[in-house]
Design a protein around this ligand. Sequence first.
Ligand code: NAP
Ligand code: G4F
Length: 342
Amino acid sequence: MKAFITGITGQDGSYLAEFLLGKGYEIHGLIRRSSTFNTARIDHLYRDFHDPAARIFLHYGDLSVSGQLTDLLYDIRPDEIYHLGAQSHVRVSFDMPEYTGDVTALGTLRLLEALRKTGIPTRFYQASSSEMFGAAPPPQNESTPFRPRSPYAAAKVYAHHMVCNYREAYGLFACNGILFNHESPRRGETFVTRKITRAATRIKLGLTDRLYLGNLDAKRDWGYAGDYVEAMWLMLQQERADDYVIATGHTHSVREFAQKVFGILGLDYEKYVVIDPRYFRPTEVDVLLGDADKARRILGWQPKVNFDALIAMMVEADLDLAGREKTLLEAGYVVSGNSQQG
Ligand code: NAP
Ligand code: G4F
């Protein structure tokens, strides 16, 4: 089996690539040209393409360029497409609404059009988001109306509906996975969970003394990314294409997350966390709490890693990272990547 993954260099792309390699897939990934390396999350999986054992192949491209997506599909002829590429940061989408619409909304349309034009019998997964529920009261499931509260959410709603339209209009096997927040040690450092685990562990080792955050009262249904990529694959193995909510069914506040992280490290979060209004959003999603009953019944999917285990995993990984950072700093090296942007 051959899979094409957009967003392979992101958190989910790396876990999905790992998962599919374990199932014997050949993997093709879309990567952006960047002046610094952007493959850190998949470097442990990658082998040079000259190596006969190579099973991951990377292709330069961008979701804002349609012709090339069509060419790539012609050349690769994948059995499955996992469309994970996006401008995925909600706060940033308020600063860059047009770009977010171009990549996150129209990027999906470009890929669907490429698929329709090539006529390849491929199964398509779209990374929809619980952010689309926005102001809709919890719990949220597949029947909950979307009430988007950010340019990112509006872009995802557009992409979601285009997937439904291409399924109905052209008979494509296309699924929307409406995933609630999922985290891991590979989470981008400007999303709140990782921002907290990175800062708290650095504080523990004396590398910094403050953590600037925004709204501590927002509540999210946080799961583990490694569990969620299995659900993506399961959706494409069904007889019929459909849309599914993927969530843990438990919700916690940002404050509670911070309290637990600092607590594990023997620290009191109140002594270190400073509220900076720059991190507030013009419109906030107050509570996300998913009902994944349909996925449990039809896909047989359920999460394995709970909230406390997720936190423990992230703290352990970031404590190790901070330790290595400290060693490098003490040896006189400059260590980058600790900005608290986002
Ligand atoms: P992520 O870590 O931010 O990864 C995003 C990926 O998209 C990266 O590989 C990025 O490439 C790529 N990308 C961004 N702009 C692109 C462009 N113009 N052309 C091609 N590729 C582009 O996101 P994630 O957490 O893995 O999430 C995966 C998908 O699921 C996203 O669509 C996200 O919106 C959605 N989602 C995530 C969650 C969650 O909680 N994680 C929940 C629901 C839905 P670079 O590495 O070069 O930046
Ligand atoms: O970690 P976040 O930035 O994630 P958010 O906005 O929920 O979006 C993530 O999950 C979505 C699924 O629902 C995905 F579609 C999306 O791609 C992304 O992966 O923020 C979580 C909460 C928000 O309420 C935010 O206001 O944390 C609050 N928060 C408080 N202080 C902060 C901060 N968020 C960030 N990023 N940085 C802060 O300093």
